[in-house]
Design a protein around this ligand. Structure first.
Ligand code: SF4
Ligand code: SF4
Length: 395
């Protein structure tokens, strides 16, 4: 008889970012897991990994882990005898990008160290991944006794979903992230690389900000959507799985979850997750819009040649909307293949060079990168979306 390992996830409802409500909800959430003082040893070096996507943005846009949510977590940590560093690897035209998101203010107020990881440099480490043999990780992350992962619940137009697993992508340098976008151009392979990185720095605890999430064309051009939950677990894969279930998708159709589950890095099957706190059915948001359908379903069910042709059909094709473009050149600077170019006073995409990585879409803060779909891809997406919705009604 096979014994299935269960993951324990704590799920708490909350309506908004009111500080007192956050404090109470976090306390309840962590009590369901045994209490924060049971999870973190005294005098630990705690590294708090936020999602602070570059270029920086205001918290209301739901692109970053909300600073008031992080503030609530930091207040709980401050009650313990631990050293705290909050960080992410960010780039910004402004001198201090953390000022725009509000992170500088909350960390100064609480007397907590806030670190742009590039300032601490990166150290080469071996990675026994499926794709990567070595990577570079920031020393404050490597040296931490306890990694506390604070992802945002968001869609992702390329990787489908960005949550707990993908949040660890930010502990490697910007230049390497850029290179991996160029090297791993299919979203299933890219997700496999994300899981490789996650496997090198598995968080000890994940607390997801799902109070106001992002739906649609995430991770930056989607719309804020109230989901009203905090999800926490020692198993980051299970946190992602619960977030997906709440937003109406089968978690095992998401490449990162599927891959991490198969590699034994966490539990992705919702049936194998024990949820304490709220009943998951009471917090489900059935009209949540994912940026793309869960094409992992095809990967699991179809022969590889058929899957590959469907995957090509589902690729989004970026197009610059000149009227919205401020010529900030963020997309030109990020494009890994020099396909986004500044030419004759405007920005254009050289179609023959584009690998559809959607980095241009991710960095644009003016909704000036439209994502087009191929006709067959559009149809497949609609049918699969409908299928997922019907299935989620009965599970
Ligand atoms: S498309 Fe967006 S990111 Fe690119 S230059 Fe225009 S406004 Fe900036
Ligand atoms: S134009 Fe955009 S999608 Fe195409 S390669 Fe450049 S960043 Fe990637």
């Amino acid at each position: 008889m096979t014994i299935v390992k269960k993951a324990s996830v704590s799920l708490v409802k909350i309506t908004d970012y009111d500080s007192e409500k956050i404090h109470n909800a976090l306390e309840t959430c962590l009590l369901n897991l045994g209490g924060i003082e049971k999870l973190i040893q005294p005098r630990s070096n705690v590294f708090v990994k936020i999602n602070h996507l570059s270029p920086p943005s205001l918290p209301e846009k739901a692109i970053v882990t909300h600073p008031l949510f992080t503030r609530g977590v930091l207040c709980l940590l401050k009650q313990l005898d631990v050293n705290i560093t909050v960080g992410d690897d960010i780039y910004s035209k402004e001198e201090d990008g953390f000022l725009i998101s509000g992170y500088r203010q909350i960390c100064d107020e609480l007397g907590v160290r806030l670190l742009n990881l590039k300032e601490a440099g990166f150290q080469e480490v071996r990675c026994k991944g499926e794709l990567l043999e070595k990577i570079f990780i920031s020393p404050p992350v490597l040296e931490a006794d306890f990694i506390l992962n604070l992802p945002k619940l968001k869609t992702h137009s390329f990787a489908i979903f960005t949550g707990a697993i993908k949040n660890m992508f930010g502990v490697i340098p910007h230049g390497l992230r850029h290179r991996y976008h160029r090297e791993f151009i299919k979203n299933d392979v890219f997700s496999q690389m994300l899981v490789d990185i996650f496997s090198c720095v598995p968080p000890h605890l994940t607390i997801m900000d799902g109070i106001v999430a992002m739906e649609g064309e995430g991770p930056s051009a989607g719309n804020p959507k109230k989901v009203g939950v905090i999800i926490a677990s020692k198993d980051a894969v299970a946190v992602d799985a619960v977030a997906l279930k709440i937003t109406g998708s089968n978690p095992m159709n998401i490449y990162t979850i599927q891959n991490a589950h198969e590699r034994g890095l966490g539990i992705g099957r919702i049936e194998d997750i024990e949820i304490t706190g709220e009943n998951i059915h009471d917090v489900e948001v059935r009209d949540f819009k994912h940026s793309t359908i869960a094409i992992g379903l095809f990967k699991r069910k179809l022969p590889s040649f058929l899957y590959a042709s469907i995957q090509n059909q589902l690729t989004f094709i970026p197009e610059i909307i000149t009227e919205n473009c401020t010529v900030c050149l963020e997309c030109v600077n990020i494009c890994p293949l020099d396909a986004a170019r500044f030419k004759e006073d405007s920005v254009r995409i050289e179609k023959s060079l584009c690998i559809h990585c959607l980095c241009c879409h991710e960095v644009c803060r003016y909704q000036a990168v439209k994502l087009n779909q191929r006709p067959l891809g559009k149809m497949i997406r609609r049918v699969s979306s409908l299928y997922e919705k019907i299935v989620s009604l009965f599970t």
